[in-house]
Design a protein around this ligand. Structure first.
Ligand code: DGL
Length: 266
């Protein structure tokens, strides 16, 4: 008899984690997914470290108690760069975090000018600075903290009008020209930003590679849990929010690949 399908909990402050979720589901379509948006705490980029740390540990404690996941994906850079080690100390379940993809970005850059676009909190973290020191490979790395991009991404997904100029203002500091060279690689260090892929490409002053870590995170999940056993039946996905509010239905159709059920409160 084959092992029961695993339960995978995917956690973010809002809808950004869906960029990780949508890469993970096709690799383990038999799993029972529980996606949790802590929308009552959104945006995390504006919470103090103490506030965020307490909040995430306490919500995860409750979720682990209720859902007994086999693995938890913290699909949020702002949380992972702060509380991942605390979560691992506190809970026995394996955690996969999402942290800025500085190593692959610096390895791939030809011009050696790399930018890291994240929330103001993520780019200020000691963790992020250490990733650059350890894996920057001599690249000139520019940290760009965006105050509004995650909020703009959520607004756009809800169907609200968002000005291109507002998105452009947030991303322009990533584009550096120095000594006849230009930035060629931008790390998307917030899971909300790949939701704006089309806008980012269109509004970039010149073409760059935007590095989205989601496919690598999905592969890491499979490394830890193993691949889908042959013949396993399709799983399910539940969507929970801390506010109890549902996202726009059109959004669910586009981003949640299968088995979407109406959200319920954490
Ligand atoms: N999606 C989140 C991240 O990866 C956080 C956005 C926010 O809540 O400010 O950092």
């Amino acid at each position: 008899m084959s092992a029961p399908a695993p339960t995978i909990l995917v956690f973010d402050s809002g809808l950004g984690g869906l960029t990780v979720f949508r890469e993970t589901v096709p690799l383990r379509p038999d799993a029972r997914f529980v996606y949790v948006a802590d929308d009552a705490g959104f945006p995390y980029g504006r919470l103090s470290e103490a506030e965020l740390s307490e909040r995430v540990v306490s919500i995860l404690g409750a979720l682990i108690g209720t859902h007994s996941p086999d693995l938890v994906v913290i699909a949020c850079n702002t949380a992972s760069t702060l509380v991942l080690s605390r979560l691992r100390e506190r809970f026995a379940v394996p955690f996969v975090g999402t942290v800025p993809a500085i190593k692959p970005a610096c390895a791939a850059s030809q011009t050696r000018l790399v930018s890291v676009l994240g929330t103001e909190a993520t780019v200020a973290r000691e963790y992020t600075r250490k990733l650059i020191a350890d894996f920057g490979q001599g690249c000139d790395v520019t940290l760009v903290g965006s105050r509004r991009l995650a909020v703009l991404a959520e607004a756009l997904l809800r169907g609200e009008a968002v000005d291109d100029a507002d998105i452009a203002d947030e991303i322009l500091p990533c584009f550096i020209e120095r000594g006849g060279l230009r930035t060629d690689t931008v790390v998307l260090a917030c899971t909300h930003y790949p939701l704006l892929n089309g806008q980012l490409t269109r509004l970039a002053p010149w073409p760059v590679t935007f590095v989205d870590p989601a496919p690598a995170i999905a592969r890491r999940v499979v490394d830890l849990l193993g691949p889908r056993p042959e013949g396993a039946a399709d799983g399910s996905s539940d969507f929970l929010t801390t506010s109890g509010q549902s996202p726009h239905p059109a959004l669910a159709e586009g981003l949640i690949p299968f088995g979407f059920r109406q959200p319920s409160r954490v």
